[in-house]
Design a protein around this ligand. Structure first.
Ligand code: HEM
Length: 306
């Protein structure tokens, strides 16, 4: 299959973010936007950030310990999303949303995303809908569609965070030991000026936040469930980790952890079982027919596999 396929406009308009890489339809524009993101997700870039990931995980472990001491239940669905939101917001804005510190394990924050997922089938039918909600007076949206208001407020928070970051002091940004994605995009040589406007960067930030926290949060939740539901898997995993990490105050880096064969298998199986996207990802060839076996799929018709 050609790698210059467009995304399906009907399918991908569902989050109301056509300027984010996720919602970009035309293959050529998508390549530019996606290419500018790639440097931030190389092994090298991630290695620079891994100490901060560890610090966030340490805060998570401390909170779990104190919950355990008090005999409190830990809602892993939300708890893992606190971890992934704090990680991705630190990476894209250089500033954490600090969900891990919230007593409700970020349930309010998640409720806004849930509202967006719930609105998405309707947005797919009426792609202008999100713009309309954003343009309406707040009181009117509150009265007519409280779920949409949650989404509008969430988008506004991301806009605000982007604004704060872009007006930050250069020295303060450069003192960070890792690249801050949205700042880096605003200075990127890989993007023309038209791709570095405030609106475009804020929408990309929004897409990165959604893409970065929900998928990883879901994988961690599913994987933990399956480990605990399978005592033999649990036992083997703990045995491998106990041997590789004799001192809990010195957790090896991800490059070393990646070498542990059982852990690696568990992570891969978790990724497989959690399913990153619960639907097909349709693509369209706008300019040519495609032969598939005995069938000809005409230009402009979307096709997908799962
Ligand atoms: C287990 C973790 C993850 C899974 C399973 C996953 C899966 C996916 C899938 C299925 C797509 C849609 C691709 C398409 O439409 O063809 C996607 C897009 C995307 N993901 Fe992830 N993702 C994960 C983690 C992340 C993380 C941590 C980030 C960033 C911090 C991220 C950023 C993105 C972005 C920016 C896009 C849109 C880019 C594009 O359209 O090329 N993802 N991801």
């Amino acid at each position: 299959m050609s790698n210059r396929l467009d995304k399906s406009a009907y399918f991908y308009c569902m989050l109301g973010n056509p300027k984010a890489s996720f919602g970009t339809i035309a293959a050529d524009l998508h390549r530019i936007r996606r290419g500018a993101l790639n440097p931030f997700f190389s092994q090298q870039a991630v290695a620079k950030f891994s100490g901060h990931v560890q610090a966030i995980v340490d805060r998570f472990v401390d909170r779990i310990k104190s919950c355990a001491e008090r005999g409190e239940t830990i809602p892993l669905f939300y708890a893992y999303r606190c971890v992934t939101v704090d990680i991705i917001t630190e990476y894209i804005f250089g500033h954490q949303f600090n969900l891990l510190d919230r007593a409700d394990w970020g349930r309010d924050f998640y409720s806004a995303w849930r509202s967006l997922w719930e609105l998405s089938p309707t947005i797919r039918q009426f792609p202008w809908m999100m713009d309309a909600f954003m343009a309406m007076p707040r009181w009117f949206t509150a009265l007519t569609n409280p779920k949409a208001l949650e989404v509008v407020d969430l988008f506004s928070d991301v806009d605000e965070q982007t604004k704060i970051l872009l007006s930050s002091d250069l020295k303060q940004i450069e003192s960070k030991p890792y690249p801050i994605v949205v700042w880096g995009l605003s200075k990127s040589d890989l993007l023309p000026a038209s791709e570095k406007t405030f609106t475009r960067l804020a929408v990309e930030a929004n897409g990165l936040l959604a893409a970065g926290f929900e998928t990883t949060g879901a994988v961690l939740t599913h994987t933990t469930y399956h480990i605990l539901a399978n005592p033999e898997v649990h036992r083997k995993l703990l045995a491998e980790l106990a041997e590789a990490i004799p001192d809990l105050d010195h957790i090896p880096g991800f490059q070393q952890l990646e070498q542990l064969s059982y852990l690696r298998a568990v992570v891969k199986e978790g990724l497989r079982l959690a399913v990153g996207a619960y639907s097909r990802l349709p693509r369209v060839n706008p300019s040519g027919d495609m032969q598939y076996g005995n069938w000809v799929i005409p230009a402009g018709v979307s096709r997908s596999l799962s």
